[in-house]
Design a protein around this ligand. Structure first.
Ligand code: ADP
Ligand code: ZN
Ligand code: ZN
Length: 689
């Protein structure tokens, strides 16, 4: 027999191998993982097709190598093969790369197979904990939650695909609803369920709750930080059904559960569901595809749904469940207060850190009330730029078209400059590299600078800074969050890390600085993004008992922006509907479908020439209603010394887009064979430009 194998190489083809039944002791099966020699190296392949010998040309046959061994106990399920085949076609990546990206990396190393078996046997020997007594759920659901749950139960009984949006303000108890639902679903002893969350730092809290709700279940938690041994065991438990609850970040959409009966995508609007390199998939979209294949319900949750999802609501392609009240007694909305930056500046009420007098009053007042203040700035480090006043030199990165960010270094008086894109870093120069001026200044503020300033100004108040620098060491994030939860008066300074999922009880005032650049950004999704961040940030206050009187203060130059009105009046739906309407007028997604073709090389000129050629090629017999832009630089044009340019393809017809991208791919494959100095990649449904 001849088998066609997927192999982990960036080539769009399967590879033929002989299958010798006598040596291998059985027939091949689709999904078998096998050991083969490929380009003089030992590697793994996955059986995707089985052909009888007769269908092969004899001459070719003689040159074929044989499959050397079958991996014991490892197999890629048909469901996962289907999902990978769809992803491969839709995102235009080779099937081998997609399949091998979806399984634990140890599976593809034949020399690890023995270890894998040992891990499995060890795990099998472990005794299962006895079932604990049936406990009631953690919550007594309110009326809205009960009726949402009732709907979900009803849907589950129908064994059909249904797309549902569970929309509710932060703290309205969406988690409680979907976990109650999943608990019902798992009453079927064979059933499994999948919960996708945007980021790892969201998982610890949710993980705890999920494990509490499912005390008797093996809850598998998947994210990029687990060890390969953990991943191996997880895959095995998911595949054989031992683990019935899977909680993880985007990659978990490839979890090989055989009997998923429900999928939840928490915070569906979050951009981290989209992978930004290699297979540039969107896990939310793949989840919807998988649910429709499996004929099961899928629930998306959000306080601020994405335009894509809200568009489906407006067109009745998704069932809407809404929670409009805070779940906890006493919890309330926080009041929105705008601080008019322009006016404050005119009245000289802004200090050199960009903080207005009013902000200081808020901090003092909150301290007097023995409560916590949260300052949200989504910029880590000390300051975004180092600057020479004499000659205007700025700290640009040599390898990227970006500024190097100034950071304070623990245990050193000297600061460092770090590029957040390529990672290169160095000590800040003592004098200006251009003119020798010794008086270099920092421009703008980051979390560290604000922290330093507040420490001096309010020596008596505790400061807690939470960003990816202050939480690098293992356990430090938990420590800091614990400190906040204890509830002593404090000023908390945090980036996006702080706004997700946490149920803080003692924050009374929230201060947001630095939103303005998002309001008038080139990125058409920027407003939607900042809106959702602000809703989430606002949701961090007013959570505890007697939370009445929580306030959010936003310092902005644009006090009349409609977004603030929507925030103040809690008219989220209307605001998102307005954005959707705007997208319609400009024929932007979801009213059009987009794809980028990105060229990367050492030279912008080479990129543009190549992209022009490609454009010309695609425009030959171009169907109607497809637009192809001229080459433009990417927003971050140079990254790690590589120039990046792109063309944008837009159409309102998905099929036409697929066709033209396949045509582009053929061209790209030809180029790939001819030239190694330029890399062309397709990004379908892009969110970064
Ligand atoms: P969301 O996911 O909508 O932001 P959560 O599910 O995190 O909201 O709920 C917010 C808080 O309210 C949590 O502390 C949760 O335990 C609590 N909660 C949820 N439902 C109820 C309920 N019915 N009664 C009391 N508290 C609840
Ligand atoms: Zn200078
Ligand atoms: Zn850089």
């Amino acid at each position: 027999m001849i088998v066609k194998l997927a192999i982990d190489v960036p080539i769009f083809q399967l590879f033929d191998y002989f299958w010798n039944q006598e040596e291998l002791l059985r027939d091949p099966r689709i999904g078998d993982i096998v050991r083969v020699e490929f380009r003089s190296k030992i590697t793994s392949g996955i059986v995707l097709q089985i052909n009888s010998k007769s269908s092969c040309v004899n001459d070719q046959e003689r040159n074929l190598k044989s499959v050397l061994a079958i991996a014991p106990d490892l197999k890629v399920t048909q469901q996962i093969i289907n999902l990978c085949q769809f992803s491969s076609k839709y995102y235009l990546r080779p099937i081998g790369e997609v399949l091998f990206g979806s399984i634990p990396s140890d599976w593809k190393k034949p020399n690890k197979w023995e270890l894998l078996q040992k891990q499995k046997q060890k795990e099998e020997k472990k005794q299962k904990a006895p079932k604990s007594e049936e406990k009631p759920l953690l919550w007594e659901l309110n009326e809205e939650q009960v009726s949402s749950l009732a709907y979900l139960k009803e849907v589950s009984n129908q064994n059909e695909f249904e797309l549902i949006l569970l929309k509710g303000i932060t703290g309205s108890g969406k988690t409680a609803v979907y976990l109650s639902w999943l608990k019902e679903v798992l009453k079927d002893d064979e059933a499994q369920c999948l919960i996708l969350v945007p980021e790892i730092n969201l998982t610890p809290q949710l993980e705890k709750i999920v494990k509490e709700v499912f005390v008797d279940e093996e809850v598998t938690v998947l994210h990029s930080d687990i060890t390969s041994a953990q991943r191996n065991i997880a895959w095995w438990k998911i595949q054989n059904g031992t683990s019935r609850v899977i909680l993880g970040t985007r990659l978990s959409i490839f979890a090989p559960a055989k009997n998923i009966k429900a999928i939840v995508i928490d915070e569906e609007h979050d951009n981290s569901y989209k992978q930004q390199d290699g297979l540039r998939y969107n896990a939310r979209d793949l989840a919807i595809w998988r649910a429709s294949e499996l004929k099961i319900p899928i629930v998306l949750t959000s306080a601020t749904p994405s335009c894509e999802t809200w568009h489906k609501v407006l067109h009745k392609k998704i069932s809407l469940l809404a929670l409009s009240r805070k779940a906890k007694e006493g919890a309330s909305f926080s009041n929105l207060n705008l601080i008019d930056f322009g006016r404050a500046r005119k009245n000289k009420k802004i200090n050199e850190y960009g903080l207005s007098t009013e902000i200081h009053e808020v901090i003092s007042r909150t301290r007097e009330n023995n409560k916590q203040t949260l300052i949200y700035i989504n910029r880590r480090g000390y300051a975004p730029i180092l600057y020479c006043k004499t000659c205007s030199w700025k700290s640009s990165c040599k390898k990227c078209s970006a500024w190097m960010v100034v950071h304070k270094k623990i245990g050193s008086n000297r600061k460092v400059m770090q590029c957040h894109h390529c990672g290169s870093s160095q000590f800040t120069p003592i004098s200006c590299p251009e003119c020798g001026n010794q008086d270099l200044e920092t421009l703008g503020v980051g979390t560290q600078k604000i922290e330093e300033y507040l420490k001096e100004t309010y020596p008596e108040i505790d400061l807690i800074r939470i960003d990816s620098d202050s939480t690098k060491t293992k356990g430090s994030a938990e420590e800091l969050f614990k400190k906040i939860h204890i509830g002593e008066p404090a000023i908390i300074i945090g980036t996006q890390m702080i706004i997700k999922g946490h149920d803080f009880q003692h924050i009374q005032s929230i201060i947001v600085i630095d939103v303005d650049k998002s309001l008038y950004s080139q990125d058409f999704r920027a407003v939607e993004k900042i809106f959702s961040q602000l809703v989430q940030v606002a949701g961090r206050a007013g959570r505890g008992k007697n939370a009445e009187g929580a306030n959010i203060y936003i310092q902005t130059e644009f006090v009349d922006h409609p977004m603030f009105k929507a925030l103040a009046e809690h008219k989220y739906d209307q605001f998102i509907s307005d954005i959707v309407q705007e997208r319609r007028e400009y024929q932007l997604p979801p009213y059009s479908h987009q794809a980028l073709i990105i060229a990367e090389s050492k030279s912008e000129k080479i990129n543009n020439e190549m992209l022009y050629q490609l454009k010309l090629y695609l425009e030959h017999e171009l169907p109607k209603n497809i637009q192809i832009s001229d080459p433009t630089p990417r927003v971050l044009q140079r990254l790690s010394g590589v120039e990046r340019n792109q063309i944008l393809i837009e159409t309102n017809d998905r099929v036409k887009l697929q066709n033209i991208l396949e045509k582009a791919l053929d061209y790209i494959e030809v180029i790939k064979k001819k030239s190694r100095s330029i890399k062309l990649q397709i990004d379908r449904d892009p969110i970064q430009f």
